[in-house]
Design a protein around this ligand. Structure first.
Ligand code: F6R
Length: 240
């Protein structure tokens, strides 16, 4: 694991966006693994700004997202489909048909999982952006998830629903289930870039880097991946 501890979020956002921009400039067909949540928004803003100023070309780039809520309409402002369009896809010249998210509104969610796993087989990310949950989850792989898991349905833990309630009008509105890339699926990326900001991530960050490799902290499995870069602000790094 390579560790980068920066003074603030802006410094992290600059470095991570530069990594992505450099990759896309070098490889026009790059495959980006993307995350939602509050953590990557600054990076996406930087990519949008770079596109506005420099017209970095995303016309052949493909993206795969980590996860999507189940039974939240695509058009809902908090679906990850809407999130990605709002925060990134509408601001760069990526083709809609080149962007993939799990389908949380299919008739058969198990089939949607298999379909997504097939997409991932054909689209292994050159770089996978990850955030981390305060309980150590990656994607929506909560503590206790098998390290061998592929794309699957998850019942969200109360702590995760509480973390995400800030994006909804009330806790009741937060979906109870999602479809997520599994841990095995995530580990297929060539490079993994995990970003964490703030004190409430410090404990999970400590366990991910210094703790034992255990499914109690799903992110601890990243210790086994050959190419992981961890970008932290000072608060997230405060227990290291
Ligand atoms: C989002 C995702 C989640 C988040 C994590 C952190 O696609 O997979 O694992 O990265 O819950 O969320 P934020 O960034 O909102 O603190």
């Amino acid at each position: 694991m390579e560790l980068y501890i920066k003074d603030n979020k802006e410094a992290v956002n600059n470095e991570v966006s530069s990594l992505i921009i450099d990759l896309v400039k070098k490889n026009k067909n790059a495959i980006l693994g993307l995350a939602t949540g509050s953590t990557p928004i600054g990076v996406y803003n930087e990519l949008a700004l770079d596109y506005k100023n420099n017209k970095t070309d995303y016309s052949n780039v493909k993206t795969v997202n980590l996860d999507e809520y189940i039974n939240l309409p695509k058009e809902h402002s908090q679906s990850y489909y809407s999130f990605m369009n709002q925060n990134l896809f509408s601001k760069i010249n990526i083709k809609k048909e080149n962007t993939f998210l799990p389908n949380g509104n299919g008739e058969n969610h198990l089939e949607s999982c298999s379909e997504y796993e097939l997409i991932l087989k054909n689209h292994k990310p050159d770089i996978q952006i990850l955030g981390i949950g305060s309980n150590g989850h990656i994607g929506f792989n909560e503590p206790g998830t098998s390290f061998d898991s592929t794309t699957h349905i998850v019942e969200l833990k109360e702590s995760t629903r509480l973390d995400n309630a800030r994006f909804f009008n009330s806790l009741d509105e937060v979906p109870t289930h999602s479809i997520t890339m599994g841990i095995k699926s995530i580990l297929q990326a060539k490079t993994i870039v995990l970003i964490a900001f703030g004190k409430n991530k410090a404990d999970a960050v400590y366990k991910m880097i210094k703790g034992p490799i255990t499914d109690d902290c799903p992110a601890s499995i990243l210790q086994t991946h050959p190419n992981v870069k961890i970008f932290l602000d000072k608060e997230a790094a405060s227990l290291l």
